[in-house]
Design a protein around this ligand. Structure first.
Ligand code: RI2
Length: 307
């Protein structure tokens, strides 16, 4: 359990971050926990897996990749402890392998939509979006990137560092400069923390204003998302919860300590309606947002009874 707690803390503090990485870390934690779980009976085994699953899921509420990964990794059907243990280990490993392959597939598929000479705007730090951008560059396309700073955690710095390591030219801008630079942009590519059954995107705060600016300027808005970022529970009406993070990420509490009429808010994500999204690049191909329901039902393999 100590190792699980360690992973959970790293996810909570964002030492491990990015919806895909969070999912893989959770699957690894469950696998290692299952491998070492001392259980005299199936009841004990089930209770242990259940406890660890709930604990991991509670670390960050918005990225649906987390509960999806936990659910896919912790599945077993056997009534025998040793067999169930093996099933969990295999399911977790298979999830991790598929997640890695998905990133490669998204890069390959999405890069076909990137043209030589494109200026791409991106937001925050998405491994899926970066997979498309780096794949296009490695195919020899002459591209450049405008990356938003992404306050308050400034993941834009991670993005420009990553791009720089490939030799891809990039420009770092503050979030409020998005509309100012939109005229220079050919397409916007962002990642996803979750996609609802109606095709709405949940991603880093500020994504929806990027989508609005792209829509106004008639620029293409692409989302890069593995199929495990689609939210099954939205089919049965559960809304996606937006994580509110500690306000000291925005301002030092001492600075506002005596400002009795001031409050600070720090939502980490926002919703972008399907109508502002031109395409979602997934590991099973490029889809319109209207196909989100089908992805959940047919490809994620979710049954209503499980939700
Ligand atoms: P990948 C991140 O959230 C960003 O919002 C990013 O767009 C999204 O996860 C998807 O990232 P955070 O963990 O899975 O920084 O594509 O809050 O890496």
């Amino acid at each position: 359990m100590e190792k699980v707690k360690e992973t959970a803390e790293k996810i909570r503090t964002m030492e491990i971050r990015g919806a895909g990485r969070i999912a893989k870390a959770a699957a690894e934690a469950i696998r290692d926990y299952a491998a070492g779980l001392e259980a005299a009976s199936m009841e004990e085994f089930s209770a242990g897996i259940q406890e660890v699953s709930s604990f991991l899921i509670s670390t960050r509420p918005t990225a649906v990749s987390l509960p999806n990964a936990v659910k896919l990794a912790s599945r077993y059907s056997s009534g025998n402890v040793e067999e169930a243990r093996q099933e969990v280990i295999e399911n977790a490993n298979s999830f991790i392998e598929k997640a890695d392959k998905a990133l490669g597939r998204i890069g390959k598929i999405g890069s076909r939509r990137v043209r030589d000479g494109d200026v791409i705007m991106t937001h925050c730090n998405s491994h899926a979006a970066l997979s498309i951008i780096t794949a296009a560059f490695e195919e020899g396309k002459d591209i450049s990137v405008i990356a938003t700073e992404s306050r308050p955690r400034r993941q834009g710095l991670l993005t420009v560092r990553h791009l720089n390591s490939f030799g891809i030219p990039s420009t770092l801008i503050v979030d409020s400069a998005v509309r100012y630079y939109m005229k220079e942009v050919d397409k916007v590519i962002v990642g996803a923390d979750a996609i609802a059954a109606n095709g709405a995107l949940v991603n880093k705060i500020g994504t929806s204003q990027l989508a609005l600016a792209a829509h106004e300027a008639r620029k293409s808005f692409m989302v890069a998302a593995e199929t495990f970022k689609f939210s099954p529970s939205t089919i049965v009406g559960n809304p996606i919860e937006i994580e509110e993070r500690n306000t000291d990420e925005i301002v030092d509490p001492a600075i506002i300590a005596d400002l009795s009429h001031v409050q600070v808010k720090n939502p980490a994500f926002d919703f972008t309606p399907a109508e502002y999204i031109d395409m979602i690049v997934t590991d099973i191909g490029i889809i319109p947002p209207a196909m989100a329901y089908t992805v959940i039902k047919e490809h994620l393999g979710w049954e209503f009874g499980e939700i």
